[in-house]
Design a protein around this ligand. Structure first.
Ligand SMILES: Cc1cc2nc3c(=O)[nH]c(=O)nc-3n(C[C@H](O)[C@H](O)[C@H](O)COP(=O)(O)OP(=O)(O)OC[C@H]3O[C@@H](n4cnc5c(N)ncnc54)[C@H](O)[C@@H]3O)c2cc1C
Length: 311
């Protein structure tokens, strides 16, 4: 059995040793990183089950109590947190990326259970064949755990709402190491708090979502029509006002993203991505046409993709 001993910390329970990585482990650097930075934690625990996650939280609590030091303690799911709080220096990282099961609970009702260590690209790909989607982020590598506990805004948001609007129930491990099942009737305050409270409340390990249905058509299981336009502009304020008026008047089945790059000559490249839920029809085409008249078009592209492959 490998030896893990951290100076002045209580002995690691035997059942956590197989999932522990310390500074002497070969995989230490990789396990200390998220997608932005590499931390210098003293210990990383790679939980494979909810019970291991609960035992890890209890151990972290003992470390703080017995050392009298507020040892940093981070949760990590997908490692794409922009706050970078999912890694730390001199503390413990609890990683749940191995808890990544996605399952259909009731196909007719669109009920889907997702473990928080899954990433959204895998969830979208799995649900595609069932013509189901969960409104989440635009980037497939972001984690279910971090995004679902902080809001979740993406290319379906105007059609279906935020990710947290779709959570019906969850399992959350609180600081005492208890695994709690929460929903609107059971521990309703805790259920309310995890939908926006991120890691301040507890470790969410599993979520029950109400997914939305997209009608299949032709070869597409979950068709999304994507319009990509590059504009070159020189008056940002005026462009944003025009875009705001356009999206305000556009049908809710369209969600729009803008990205800006400025050049030395005061010109700005605007990359606009518009997403219509379903195959294009007259209403979609009218809205897309209006979008293409917002400024001088440099590049234009329109295509249909499956949602499961769009992010
Ligand atoms: C390239 C990129 C694209 C993005 N696109 C979008 C987007 O389109 N829409 C959007 O809404 N956001 C987007 N984000 C932001 C991202 O969704 C959030 O930063 C989210 O917190 C990342 O979740 P994670 O599990 O990958 O992160 P992690 O780094 O693992 O965690 C981030 C934070 O969430 C906490 N946390 C993680 N897992 C849990 C859990 N299971 N229970 C409780 N707390 C937990 C962590 O403690 C940490 O504070 C994007 C980020 C990146 C880097």
């Amino acid at each position: 059995m490998k030896r893990i001993a951290i100076k002045n910390w209580p002995k690691l329970p035997n059942d956590l040793i197989p999932i522990a990585i310390d500074r002497n482990s070969v995989d230490y650097v990789q396990a200390s990183s998220n997608c932005f930075i590499t931390g210098k934690p003293k210990l990383i625990l790679m939980a494979r089950t909810e019970n291991e996650a609960a035992a890890s939280i209890k151990y972290a609590s003992r470390v703080r109590k017995e050392t009298g030091i507020d040892v940093p303690f981070s949760f990590r799911s997908g490692g794409h947190g922009i706050s970078m709080a999912s890694v730390n220096n001199d503390g413990i990282i609890l990683d749940i990326s191995k808890l990544k099961k996605v399952e259909i609970v009731d196909i007719n009702k669109g009920l889907v259970k997702v473990q928080a260590g899954a990433v959204w690209g895998d969830v979208a790909e799995f649900l595609n064949r069932f013509h189901l989607v969960i409104s989440s982020g635009d980037f497939g590598d972001t984690g279910v755990g971090g995004l679902s506990t902080s809001g979740g805004i993406g290319l379906l948001v105007r059609s279906f709402g935020l990710t947290i609007d779709h959570i019906l129930a969850a399992k959350v491990i609180t600081a005492d190491g208890e695994i709690r099942s929460v929903d609107k009737d059971n521990e309703p305050d805790l259920f309310w708090a995890i939908r926006g409270g991120s890691s301040q409340i507890g470790l969410v390990t599993e979520l029950l979502f109400q997914a939305d249905k997209i009608e299949p058509e032709n070869q597409y299981q979950c068709p999304i029509t994507v319009q990509n336009i590059d504009f070159i502009i020189d008056d940002l304020e005026s462009f944003v006002h025009k875009w705001g008026k356009w999206i305000d008047e556009a049908p809710l089945k369209i969600t729009s993203n803008l990205m800006f790059t400025s050049f030395d000559n005061n010109q700005i490249l605007v990359k606009m991505n518009n997403f219509w839920v379903g195959m294009p029809n007259q209403i979609a085409n009218d809205a897309f046409k209006k979008a293409s008249k917002l400024a001088i078009v440099k590049k234009y592209d329109q295509k249909v993709v499956d949602y499961g492959k769009a992010c």
